[in-house]
Design a protein. Structure first.
Lengths: 168, 520
């Protein structure tokens, strides 16, 4: 049972908001709980691949798939030594490697240069490059310029823009 | 192209799977889906039958070869037209407790990238408008607005579409018999003859509407009925719901639009939900054409129709609540684990939030919580049936390795859905005469809304709480409905930017839009 600090209502475990008054009753930091399901493959060979979810190993020749929340089409990114996530804007000519402008980047608080992906031998690292609204890996805010290992299926939030990252 | 559901997806195996893989996958599934004596047995039986068909097809070398050839050769490149399902749990590790607990699953059904590239939709509408022309439709000029909106729709449909129009009050009359949209001028003329008169008996209108819609009913068409009413029907609600259940099994969807403030919202919600349609509150009659147009546009843009989610919880697990978050927020009925969903748009996923109750004293190990299977018909000329299976595993452990909190997408959805539920409780308490509870729930609602930055709506809820405390009623029926449907509209992702702001505030971190000077 979780007793609501606001109205003393007793909620069953697992509720995130009080059933009686709507008060947030989870103290957990928003984090990862995403498990990719077997996606319907567009090419038949793909279905043989077991879900690699949770693996930190990023094989050579793989690409990175971004599933942006509320956007149907995944974005495929070919890996390079360093890839900048950000948004373009009309007042400068700067263009990030992955431009989130078409996905509401501005209103979701994505910075021009927000985060970076780096290849480190056979792992992929995520780091915040000094964004205004923060980069969150599985709900935890990254300290600027401190790389963290990215795993297949991780939830990455840029400001308010939620995306899931898969390796392929 | 064969119209068999993809057996590989159903069994969760690769197209290169060996006969042993097939046996193993099938046996595992059969063990999991035991049609036992609980409320889901019919659904389990149904899933089991499709799996057994898939198994029988794949273990027969001739049939398998035939399927493989058909699905790769004769589909003129349409095999990429599909949808998939992504399932996200609210927690990845469950600690067994001496009492019941809750877990949420968020299911996103997503059209394949090839869907957006389809330039022209091949599906056409088989549309029936069922229009209330009771005396009260004279108020606020409703009748003439609705007639004008219907005429605009006639103008916009093509001759490949089929339309029928039924008007009803205490009786029903067919204004336009189901036919291809050709003689638009005379159709518009017939609509203009509708006059307001008499009372409201929805069943009569709906029954005639279903009859008209059946005349051109085809799997390759989008068969849809839109009911427009401004009144309460008395005593025939159950008949209407039975009719809707029959209609949906034939492939007809029903949407309902309530005008003014006197109609029965719970009934129209349910009528729409049992068929996978949408229910809407049109506050200002001037908005009728906009709502109707948007509805028709999203129908004719559908990539897949007759979308259904079948949920079989693991033994001891109970599905408590299902709610469609996107594309349009809608409470869902989930009798026996069968849930009808709205049509799938090429660019917007269908998101459904499911709330499950887990039993006390779970044994350690892993659980899938529930097996989720989504089926639908892809709207190409051949009306392809398609299936997507959502599989997941959640760890049950006293000392879980994973202790992360719930994902942002679920927190965001629940922060708003909980408010809608509080609002529903307030309305129910009021109906039951529990004034104290109704007042308290509206106060909670108002406070939370203001917290989230929805100040105007929050104030309205607080004002109504006061009003109810002193007069035992909302200041007007319209105000009660505004609170309900405005709170519901917030659930739509992006419908309430401020909710996310509030979430950030909890982390002591206000989002800003002014940019940082780039450091690198």
């Amino acid at each position: 049972m979780i007793t609501c600090p606001n109205c003393n209502h007793k909620n069953r475990d697992g509720f995130l908001f009080c059933d009686n008054c709507g008060y947030s009753i989870t103290d957990a930091v928003a984090g990862q709980a995403t498990i990719p399901t077997r996606r319907v493959p567009s090419d038949p060979d793909d279905s043989s691949a077991k879900a690699t979810w949770g693996s930190a190993r990023f094989r050579q020749g793989s690409s990175v798939i971004l599933h942006i929340h509320e956007v149907a089409d995944p974005v495929t990114v070919e890996p390079a030594q360093r890839i900048i996530f950000g948004r373009s804007d009309t007042s400068s000519t700067y263009l990030p490697d992955v431009d989130f402008s078409p996905y509401g980047a501005l209103e979701k608080g994505v910075s021009r240069q927000h985060a970076a992906l780096e290849i480190n031998e056979d792992t992929l690292m995520l780091l915040d490059v000094g964004s205004s609204n923060g980069t969150f890996l599985n709900g935890q805010r990254l300290l600027p310029n401190q790389p963290r290992v990215l795993r297949d299926g991780d939830e990455v939030r840029l400001g308010k823009l939620i995306t899931h990252i898969y390796f392929k | 192209m064969t119209n068999t559901l993809n057996p590989y997806i159903l069994l969760g195996i690769a197209s290169s799977a060996t006969i042993d893989d097939i046996h193993r996958a099938y046996n595992n599934l059969v063990q999991r889906i035991q049609p036992n004596t609980n409320q889901y047995s019919a659904t389990a039986q149904e899933q089991l039958e499709t799996i057994t068909q898939a198994y029988n097809l794949l273990v027969s070398p001739t049939q398998r070869r035939k399927y493989d050839t058909q699905s790769t050769s004769t589909d003129d490149g349409k095999s990429d037209l599909s949808f998939s399902m992504r399932v996200t749990p609210s927690k990845r590790a469950i600690i067994p407790l001496p009492e019941d607990q809750i877990i949420y699953l968020l299911a996103d059904i997503i059209a394949s990238p090839a869907a957006r590239k389809l330039e022209e939709r091949e599906a056409h509408l088989n549309l029936t408008l069922v229009i209330d022309h009771s005396k009260s439709m004279e108020d606020e000029n409703r009748m003439s607005k609705v007639k004008a909106a219907a005429q605009t729709i006639i103008t916009e449909l093509s001759s490949d579409d089929v339309i029928s129009i039924v008007a009803f009050n205490d009786w029903s009359s067919v204004i336009i018999e189901a036919t291809h949209v050709q003689d638009k001028m005379s159709m518009r003329g017939r609509v203009s003859m509708i006059k307001p008169k008499g009372g409201t008996e929805i069943y009569k209108g709906l029954a005639e509407g279903v009859k008209q819609n059946r005349k051109y009913l085809k799997p390759s068409m989008i068969n849809h009925i839109i009911l427009l009413t401004d009144g309460r029907t008395f005593g025939d609600e159950e008949q209407c719901l039975d009719l809707a259940r029959q209609a949906v099994s034939d492939g007809i969807t029903i949407s309902a639009m309530g005008l003014g403030s006197d109609w029965n919202d719970r009934f129209l919600d349910e009528l729409a939900s049992v068929t996978g349609g949408t229910s809407m509150y049109v506050k200002s009659v001037a908005d009728v054409p906009i709502f109707l147009n948007r509805q028709i546009r999203s129908l004719s843009n559908a990539f897949a129709e007759r979308m259904q989610l079948s949920v079989i919880p693991e033994s001891g697990v109970n599905l408590e609540m299902a709610f469609q978050l996107s594309p349009s927020p809608q409470p869902l009925t989930h009798e026996n684990g069968i849930i009808r969903l709205t049509s799938l748009q090429p660019k917007r996923p269908i998101s459904v939030l499911l709330q499950f109750q887990l039993p006390a004293q779970l044994a350690e190990g892993t659980t899938s919580v529930a097996r989720l299977v989504s089926t639908g018909v892809i709207m190409t000329r051949n009306a392809l049936k398609h299936v997507a299976v959502g599989e997941l595993e959640v760890e049950i452990s006293k000392n879980p390795k994973q202790t992360e909190g719930p994902p942002a997408s679920i927190i965001d959805a629940l922060s708003k859905l909980t408010l809608y539920q509080i609002q529903e409780k307030a309305q129910l308490a009021l109906e039951n005469g529990d004034i104290t509870k109704a007042t308290q729930q509206l106060q909670f609602l108002g406070t939370r809304l203001i917290d989230m930055g929805e100040v105007e709506l929050g104030r309205q809820a607080l004002a109504e709480a006061q009003h109810i405390a002193s007069t035992r009623a909302f200041s007007s029926e319209a105000s009660g409905k505004t609170i309900k449907y405005s709170t519901r509209a917030l659930i739509e992702p992006g419908g309430m930017k401020s909710a996310i702001t509030a979430m950030f505030d909890n982390h002591g971190d206000k989002p800003t839009n002014d940019d940082n000077p780039a450091e690198t």
